[in-house]
Design a binder for this molecule. Sequence first.
Ligand code: URA
Length: 263
Amino acid sequence: MEAAQKRTVYAFLRTAARSVWGVQPGVFDRTPEFADDPAPETEAQGSPAAPEPPAEAFPQGPARTAPADTIAGIDREIASCRACTLCRTRTRTVGGTGALRPLVLVVGEAPGREEDEQGLPFVGRAGKLLDDMLRAISLSRETNCFIANTIKCRPPDNRDPLPEEEAACFHFLERQIAALKPRAILASGRVALGRLVPASEGITRSHGQFFDYRGIPLMPVFHPSFLLRDPSQKAAAWGDLKKFRALLRELEPGYEQTWSAGR
Ligand code: URA
């Protein structure tokens, strides 16, 4: 069985565990790493073992490795995903966009109407504010950021994603992070934070603090849609961004100069 099929079965069983056995959200949230099964043996069962191949047949390393995920490959899988009912109402899937070796990965919630139409994340009003926030600390999707969402399809009427939709989709984000290897992550809003740092105390208490996602420093920040609704929180958001910029200056001294030269 291929790794992608195993992930789909895992997501299905997790959903069944919740609805049939009442297993609480939070349990089985983190999808394990799956690898493709080794290719089947060509020898018929019970037939004599094949002779050992000559030593030079496997010059280096392990005989078989799982093929590495690429952003393009994950995008193709997202585009054909039917693991939850959002596939029935979406116009386009929204995998993500930006630099493929990013300094920063920005993770939002889910596509809205304009994102669903264009197949790109954060292109509406909230997206304009996000771009302004990033530019203020010398980041942009054109140069040093990748922007993705926790959920890759639009929930109808922009309702909150359901736990089973989040659970079915989360392996895509996990695999994007593994493929992109960002130096730091900005988790924008409650949904991204809840999935990436399930033990956190929610966005209101946690924004501006540093967490760890599999060895990558992560900061939760207010979602730009929230800031559009409550502009009085913009000062706090700016304080958080300055803390995040201080981290980036430590991780990659001179990144601001590289950014302004590359614009
Ligand atoms: N809000 C999000 O969280 N993501 C988008 O892509 C757009 C709006």
